[in-house]
Design a binder for this molecule. Structure first.
Ligand code: GLA
Length: 408
């Protein structure tokens, strides 16, 4: 049995809420940064995320009935309680409990005879920061339920199932976050391919560093950003359909972005987009096809330890996300500019944008300078509440979600 140190505050919260007997399982479910490949997973284009050593954590005790009780230590979250089943009525839109229900309902549909559980929950990940705390919660709850019922799982199949399950919350997300959370391998980033889902670890050179810097504005996946996010998915489909109609002279071959990119270069597709599309659709299309190309080149640079090229691709991605996809913000742009001026190899917003975090990459020898500039130019004037380490930190490539059985 693996020995593990469970956080004392989480254990106290468990005891206060649920009393004896003691919890039997500890679940660790990581957040992620996306190195590159933003807003293209829902177009079935490959992305390059990396799990980080900050987690949603659950202490879990199996129950003999169908009840699920879960108490969060995060301020303002409170506790939720409901019955497991194949049709679980949702909480109001935006309630964090819907991420719990999403996982439980989906598994109740595919697994017979599941019992519920009691769990205390906390997070070392900043919430609504674009670091995928919500998918970490969904995968964490899935592992809690399966672990509490003595069931096993396959990381890829579970990630695919939970990507669909999370749509219960109203966001039409792609599958990147669930895939990296469930399937990451320590010391690596992963190329994630879709339809069918595949997770290919790519080692991260040990002297590369990734800085995460929070813009101090929240990116609520189930809040205000949801409508913009969902609209982008529709715009991508519309742009694709117009381009396809033109390329097939009025017909449609049913090709997706991936098939188009197998036939035409990104540059050719940008030109086709200029002829066929106007306004926003032209810009969205340009981001998608060029981002897919940047992912391909970034993977080559990562495998070849070519940080200069990798960083340039990250910075180019940010420009497209800002100008063409229009999901950046003044604060995110400012963080990127500070990191660039401080000597980062590249910087970009990570995750869905519209608030949340940037990542900046630099060789180990330069990273202190980047951190220093971000600290003095962005955070000191704003004096955010809480420790600076909640907003500005280094992310190391971590492993995927796991369940640890606790000895009694
Ligand atoms: C969110 C979604 C992902 C992905 C990113 C943007 O994190 O959950 O599926 O679309 O936004 O790249």
């Amino acid at each position: 049995m693996q020995s593990v140190h469970t956080p004392p505050e989480l254990r106290s919260a468990f005891d206060a809420h649920f009393g004896t007997p003691a919890p039997a399982l500890f679940v660790l479910s990581p957040g992620r940064i996306n190195l590159i490949g933003e807003h293209i997973d829902y177009n079935n284009l490959s992305v390059l995320p990396m799990a980080i050593g900050r987690h949603v954590r659950l202490l879990v005790r199996p129950r003999a009935d169908a009840r699920v009780r879960i108490a969060s230590l995060s301020a303002g979250f409170g506790a939720r309680e409901f019955l497991l089943g194949r049709e679980i009525p949702p909480y109001p839109v935006g309630d964090w409990g819907n991420y719990v229900k999403a996982a439980v309902q989906a598994l109740a549909r595919t697994h017979d005879g599941l019992h519920g559980f009691d769990a205390a929950l906390d997070s070392t990940l900043p919430v609504a920061a674009g670091l995928s705390s919500s998918s970490a919660l969904v995968i964490g709850v899935a592992l809690a339920l399966l672990g509490a019922n003595g069931r096993t799982w396959d990381a890829v199949a579970l990630a695919e199932e939970m990507a669909k399950a999370e749509r219960y919350t109203g966001t039409q997300g792609g599958g990147m976050d669930q895939a990296i959370c469930a399937g990451a391998v320590e010391g690596t980033a992963s190329r994630v391919d879709f339809a069918p889902l595949r997770i290919t670890p790519v080692p991260v050179p040990t002297d590369w560093r990734f800085v995460v810097a929070h813009s101090l504005s929240r990116a609520e996946k189930s809040g205000g950003a949801q409508a913009t996010y969902n609209r982008r998915t529709v715009e991508c489909r519309e742009a694709l359909s117009l381009v396809e109609t033109r390329l097939t002279r009025g017909g449609s071959s049913g090709r997706g972005y991936r098939e188009l990119l197998a036939t035409y270069s990104a540059g050719e597709l940008v030109e086709i987009g200029e002829q066929v599309l106007d306004g926003d659709l032209r810009k969205r299309f340009r981001h998608v096809v060029t981002e897919a190309d940047r992912v391909r080149r970034a993977e080559v640079a990562l495998r070849g330890s070519d940080l200069a090229t990798f960083g340039t691709l990250l910075s180019a991605s940010h420009v497209r996300l800002r100008d063409d996809y229009e999901v950046s913000s003044t604060a995110l742009d400012e963080l990127v500019a500070i990191a660039d001026a401080a000597g980062a190899a590249g910087a970009r917003l990570t995750g869905a944008g519209m608030g949340g975090c940037i990542i900046a990459t630099a060789p180990a020898r330069d990273v202190e300078g980047v951190l220093d500039h971000l600290r003095t130019e962005f955070y000191v004037p704003r004096a955010p509440a809480g420790p600076l380490g909640d907003h500005l930190f280094l992310a190391d490539p971590a492993g995927g979600a796991r369940v640890v059985e606790l000895g009694q």
